[in-house]
Every structure is written in C-alpha cells, then in structure tokens.
Design a protein around this ligand. Structure first.
Ligand SMILES: Cc1cc2nc3c(=O)[nH]c(=O)nc-3n(C[C@H](O)[C@H](O)[C@H](O)COP(=O)(O)O)c2cc1C
Length: 168
C-alpha cells in the first residue's frame, strides 16, 4: 500500500476519514464585490466563551485569499433539501452566487436562504498546516430554523434518520 506521510498508508488514512460523519456546510466569504462559497465538512465548534468555530480551508481554494483578506466568513449549515447547493459549491463554478437565493450578513458574507442554521464570524486566529489553513472565527451573528440537516458519511450524502435506524 502506498505510504503518504510518516509511514501512514495514504489510502487507509482517507478510508478512516470517510468514517467521520459530518454536517455539510457552505463556508461563504466576500471581499469587495467578490462573493464566494465552498462546501465544507471540516467545521467545528471551538468555545462558547467566546463563541467561536473553526473552518479548515485548502490553500488552493478560491475562498482562501478571500477569507484571509476580508478577515471574515460565514458557516451555512445545509438543510436536507440543499444537496444541490452542496454540489454547486463543491464545483468551482464561475460567479457562484448568480443562481443562488441569499441575503448579505453583517460581515458582508452571503447567507444562503433555506439553510438549517448559520453563524457569521470574524477571524481571530489562523494556523497553517501543510496544504490547509485553520481559520478560527469569533461568532458575531447567528440564526437557526427547525430544519433537518444534510449529512455526509462514507462519501455519500445522508439524512439523520439513517443514523437513528441503528437504534431502532
Ligand atoms: C462533502 C464535501 C466536503 C468538503 N469539505 C471541504 C473542507 O472542509 N475544506 C476544504 O478546503 N474543501 C472541502 N471540500 C472541497 C471544496 O468544496 C471544493 O474544493 C470547492 O470547489 C472549493 O471552492 P472554492 O475554490 O470556490 O473556494 C469539500 C467538498 C465536499 C464535496
């Protein structure tokens, strides 16, 4: 098996990572008139005091310089009905918000209509690690609905009921 780093088999590392079940989010950002969004599962709550979350962004993503320059991002937690939006923001389309219903948040970041929840953040810390940057953001605005979340596990989009079935 191909070793990718410090003798850890690369294929096995990726297989283990696919066992991590996660919410599907779109991290949105804005710099001047430029709006962007990227689908992301690497999103995590950090602390309640201050309210903060982290996102992990590949340095090659278009979102990376926008978040770095603007010092802000929003996490839009996708609802079950938004699988098409997850696909859209994973595909680097030109002018990605031209076909999306959204409002502009207090940080200037797009807030995607119909999301299950969102937080808007200002960046308070950046940590570079290999190919990615961890941006830690303090939450400056948030909202939520009663929707059902879109999940990702084993390389597939899933719904919460499938997980609950294990306890039926
Ligand atoms: C389910 C899923 C989860 C993803 N999670 C991340 C992530 O956490 N961080 C990341 O940098 N890219 C992630 N990606 C890849 C980005 O969505 C993709 O590279 C996107 O095109 C980047 O957009 P941008 O270049 O416009 O910023 C994920 C893709 C999918 C389909």
């Amino acid at each position: 098996m191909k070793k990718c780093f410090k003798n850890i088999p690369c294929d096995q590392f990726k297989a283990v990572m696919r066992r991590f079940a996660a919410n599907v989010n779109v991290i949105t950002s804005a710099d001047g008139g430029l709006l962007n969004g990227m689908t992301a599962t690497a999103v995590c709550s950090v602390t309640a005091e201050p309210p903060s979350v982290l996102v992990i962004v590949n340095k090659t993503n278009r979102s990376h310089p926008i978040i770095r320059n603007s010092g802000a991002f929003a996490v839009n937690v996708l609802s079950l009905a938004q699988q098409d939006i997850a696909l859209h923001f994973a595909s680097r389309v030109a002018d990605p918000f031209s076909t999306i219903d959204f409002s502009v948040g207090k940080t200037g970041c797009p807030i995607i209509a119909g999301s299950d929840a969102h937080v808007e953040c200002v960046v308070i810390k950046e940590v570079e690690l290999g190919t990615h940057t961890i941006f830690v953001g303090e939450v400056v605005a948030s909202d939520l609905s009663d929707g059902e979340p879109l999940l990702y596990h084993g390389g597939q989009y899933r719904r919460l009921e499938q997980a609950q079935d294990a306890f039926a």
